[in-house]
Structures are given as structure tokens and as C-alpha cells.
Design a protein around this ligand. Structure first.
Ligand SMILES: C[S@@+](CC[C@H](N)C(=O)[O-])C[C@H]1O[C@@H](n2cnc3c(N)ncnc32)[C@H](O)[C@@H]1O
Length: 474
């Protein structure tokens, strides 16, 4: 059966030029993707951090860099689908296939099934990669396996290797959308059965790059791109790289998901009577929201204290709050402390506004962390949920009467959102849950799992799946 061209939706990059046809040197873009996938497997690297290093070392730019990025990221995201396909094409368990060969087979499968790379180029370049990294025997094996993969388009493969969709939707989605089953189940519980497929599909698309103009330091009119729909500070970068934007290089603007911009905005938009001078970001690292809060606070005469438990991440917060010459971007407006937010070194009832951007599973940001879904486990919730409750509890101790705490997660998982807020509310009689108002409260179709809370979604809003709850101390 020949594969139809309609299903090929991704840009081809250098694959269309067919580098590495036949026996020859390994194509550098494929080599870069291979090195990233291997570093994720062997070193536990984060693909989004490993990519710039590898691209720089191999001197890849432009189309080649874009191709390598899509190849590595897409392969990692859709590994669950490709493994099911490869398992049907290999005469032994995939656990018996040498890991380096399996890395390369997954890269080949992504080119064959999801990128516009001609079959001959996808197969021959992968075979050369395997020959150079493993040897001629493995190259022959890879050639035979990828020829089988190339026999069918992706949709036909899914029909063959996934369970029946009507009989076992979550089993089907596990393969078709390449998410672990427990993640499918948690996301379905949060978004509802009617939309879970749209959400899972959105997780497999590369996120758009969004910039934030830090108020008082930059305007969004000076940033290249289209204004964001909901945040008054953002633009969606339509071309080029953020590092080439001078306001970003100078620290006056930054790269920040629109949902994260809305979290900072929701804290600032909440009405507070009386003093409004001391703001605390309890879990600040690496500091994207702190940078926006410091700029907004400076406009209102408020001081932002940015707290982060891990010292090296507290260093990243400082870097986000300073310009390239390490001068505070908004002098006198912010300070950074490395401290445990569950036993904070601050006076009780001394703060007017607190952000708790809690450590979480990150299952709302899977678009930008291609490998994260394979690293997380249900047991992570056993440690994270009590920590989230403790952090929210200490934020409520730190805020003064009449002040506000914004609890946020980049996860829509109900244990981390509704569960944490309900649990903390049940343990205290000095706190009320308030509707999030202002611009953030007006985002359409954003009702969260508790009255007045907000839940953003990649497939509805184009943002990470941020959860926001506003609590006021009585
Ligand atoms: C979701 S991230 C925060 C992202 C950050 N607000 C931003 O916009 O860049 C959660 C942070 O909480 C930190 N963290 C974890 N446990 C903590 C604790 N007990 N006290 C303070 N920070 C903690 C983590 O190291 C991590 O940097």
C-alpha cells in the first residue's frame, strides 16, 4: 500500500533535499536529533535544554536546526505510538533491541509517519546513522524494519496496533495520541471525555513561541509578532528566534507562555484594600513570573520578594530580574531569597499578595517538554500533593488579613488543583475562595473545577493548561 500525501502535515526541512541518500556521511540534522534523543535516554536530559547545545556544537542553523528540533521533539512526544508500530515490525520484543538502534528506529518512524520526508531519504539516512553508531549488522536490521514501517500511513498503523476505540477509548488514545494510560485517564477526568482527544492531540503539537513585554521596560508594540489574545503584555513570535529580539537580549522582555502571563496578571488584578506594598512569589524559580510581577509591582510601588528552595534556581530568578550587566531591571523593586516555602523565613501576616506557583506534575505543559510524559509516574502525586498543600498553607499564614493568595499549577490534574484547594479550605476557617475577576476571569470557556477558579487549556486557549485559584484571608 502506498502512503497518501494528505496525512503528511509537518514541514520537511532538509529531509526534502534528501541528504544522505545511499551510503555516505551521516546527515548532521539527523545526527543532532539522535544525540538529543540519546541524551534524554542516557543522561536524563531535558530535550529543550539539550537541543540548543547540540545544534550549536554541530553548527546547525535555519532549516537544518528547525528540522532537527522537530525530529527530536516529535520523536520523543510520539514515542508511544512509534513503539507500538515498531513492535509490529520487529520479530522480538523491543526491550531486546539495542537502545541506540531503537532510538534511531523511532527517529526513522517519525520521519516516515509524521514528517514530509520521502521514504527513501528517511530510510537511507537512518540506516547510515545506525551503521555509524552501531555497525553494519544493525544497519541491515534497521533497513528491514523501516521498510515495513513505510508500508502504511500513520492512521492505518494506528487502526492496526491500537485497541478498538469504542471498546477501549483510553487504550486507543494511549497509542493513538502517545500518552501513558494513567495520563490519559487523569486528563480525561479533568477536561471531560468529550474533549480529551482534542487535548491529547494539542499536546503533540509544538507550542508557539510567546514573548512578554515587561511593563515599564518594554512595550509589546516593539516586539515582533502578533498580539496575544488574552494577555495585554504578550506577542506570538511569527518568525525568527527570540534571542535575536533586542528587548529579550536586554532582559526587558522574555519568553513566556501566555498562560503564565495570565497567572501573574490574576494575582495583580485581585482587589486588595489597604496596604499593597509587599508581594511574595513563594516558588519563584526560574523566575519568569517573578520578572513580570516585579515590573507590575514597580508600577504600583510594591516590592516583590522572590523565594525559591533550590539555590541554583534562585540564581536563575536573579538572572531573570537583572539585565545583561547584572543590574536589577527595576531597581529597588525585587529581592531573591533561597528558602523552603513550607518553613518560610518571613513574619506571619506580613505580605499583601502571594503567588504559589506550585511544583507539580507539569502535565499541562507537555507540548513544551517532549519527554516529560514518559518520566512522570502516578506515584509522583503522592509526594507533590502534600507539598502543594503545605506551600498553600504557609502562603495563607504569610498573607495578612484581607490579602490574597493565588494558587497556580501548570497541571490540570484534579488531585493537584481542586483536591489541594478543597483540602486546604477544609482545614482553615480564615480563608475564602473568591472568583478570579478582571481580564483573566473573562477568558472564555475557562471555568475551573471549583466555582470561580480558572482552568486554561492548550486546545481551547493555545496556552499551557494552567489552573488558577484565588484565596482571600479573612
Ligand atoms: C512551577 S515552578 C515555578 C515556576 C516559576 N514561578 C516561573 O514562572 O518561572 C515551581 C518551583 O517551586 C520550587 N519549589 C519546590 N519546592 C519548594 C519549596 N518547598 N519551597 C519553595 N520553592 C519550592 C521548585 O524548585 C520550582 O522552581
Amino acid at each position: 500500500m502506498s502512503r497518501s500525501s494528505e496525512r503528511r502535515r509537518r514541514p520537511s526541512g532538509p529531509g526534502r533535499r534528501g541528504p544522505g541518500r545511499g551510503s555516505g556521511p551521516v546527515d548532521p540534522a539527523r545526527l543532532a536529533a539522535y544525540e538529543v534523543v540519546k541524551a534524554v535516554r542516557v543522561e536524563g536530559a531535558y530535550a529543550n535544554l539539550a537541543l540548543p547545545h547540540v545544534l550549536g556544537r554541530l553548527g546547525l542553523e535555519g532549516r537544518d536546526a528547525a528540522f532537527a528540533t522537530e525530529l527530536a521533539s516529535g520523536t520523543l512526544r510520539q514515542q508511544g505510538t512509534y513503539d507500538a508500530v515498531l513492535a509490529a515490525c520487529v520479530d522480538r520484543s523491543l526491550t531486546k533491541v539495542e537502545a541506540k538502534v531503537l532510538d534511531a528506529l523511532r527517529l526513522g518512524a517519525h520521519q516516515l509517519l509524521s514528517m514530509r520526508v520521502p521514504d527513501h531519504a528517511a530510510i537511507s539516512t537512518t540506516v547510515e546513522l545506525v551503521r555509524s553508531k552501531v555497525g553494519p549488522g544493525a544497519a541491515g536490521f534497521a533497513n528491514a524494519v523501516l521498510r515495513k514501517v513505510a508500508h502504511r500511513p500513520l492512521a492505518d498503523w494506528i487502526g492496526e496496533v491500537a485497541p478498538d476505540r469504542d471498546a477501549d477509548h483510553d487504550g486507543w488514545a494511549t497509542i493513538a495520541h502517545s500518552h501513558p494510560r494513567w495520563v490519559v485517564e487523569r486528563l480525561a477526568a479533568a477536561v471531560g471525555r468529550g474533549q480529551v482527544d482534542d487535548l491529547l492531540a494539542a499536546d503533540n503539537l509544538p507550542p508557539r513561541v510567546t514573548l512578554v513585554a515587561r511593563p515599564g521596560r518594554a512595550t509589546r508594540e516593539e516586539l515582533p509578532g502578533e498580539p496575544t489574545t488574552f494577555s495585554p503584555y504578550g506577542v506570538v513570535l511569527t518568525a525568527g528566534s527570540p534571542t535575536s529580539v533586542s528587548a529579550v537580549a536586554e532582559g526587558r522582555a522574555g519568553v513566556q507562555d501566555e498562560g503564565s502571563q495570565l497567572v501573574a496578571l490574576a494575582l495583580v488584578e485581585a482587589a486588595v484594600e489597604g496596604a499593597d506594598e509587599t508581594w511574595l512569589d513563594l516558588c519563584a524559580g526560574p523566575g519568569g513570573k517573578s520578572a513580570l510581577l516585579a515590573a507590575l509591582g514597580a508600577e504600583r510601588g510594591a516590592f516583590l520578594l522572590a523565594n525559591e528552595r533550590q539555590p541554583h534556581r534562585a540564581g536563575l530568578v536573579l538572572a531573570n530580574l537583572t539585565d545583561p550587566s547584572v543590574r536589577l531591571l527595576v531597581p529597588g523593586a525585587a529581592g531573591v531569597v533561597a528558602g523552603d516555602g513550607t518553613v518560610p523565613p518571613y513574619r506571619a501576616a506580613s505580605v499583601d499578595r502571594v503567588l504559589v506557583d506550585a511544583p507539580c506534575t507539569g502535565l499541562g505543559a507537555l507540548r513544551r517538554r517532549p519527554e516529560a510524559r514518559w518520566r512522570r509516574e502516578p506515584a509522583d502525586l503522592d509526594a507533590l500533593v502534600p507539598l502543594q498543600q503545605a506551600l498553600l498553607g504557609s502562603a495563607l499564614d504569610l498573607v495578612r488579613s484581607g490579602g490574597v493568595v493565588l494558587y497556580a499549577t501548570c497541571s490540570p490534574v484534579l488531585e493537584e488543583t481542586r483536591g489541594v484547594v478543597e483540602q486546604v479550605l477544609a482545614m482553615r476557617d480564615d480563608v475564602t475562595l473568591e472568583p478570579i475577576g478582571g481580564l483573566v476571569g473573562a477568558v472564555p470557556d475557562s471555568a475551573g473545577p471549583l466555582p470561580g477558579t480558572v482552568q486554561l487549556w492548550p486546545h481551547r486557549h493555545g496556552t499551557d493548561a494552567m489552573f488558577l485559584a484565588l484565596l482571600r484571608k479573612g
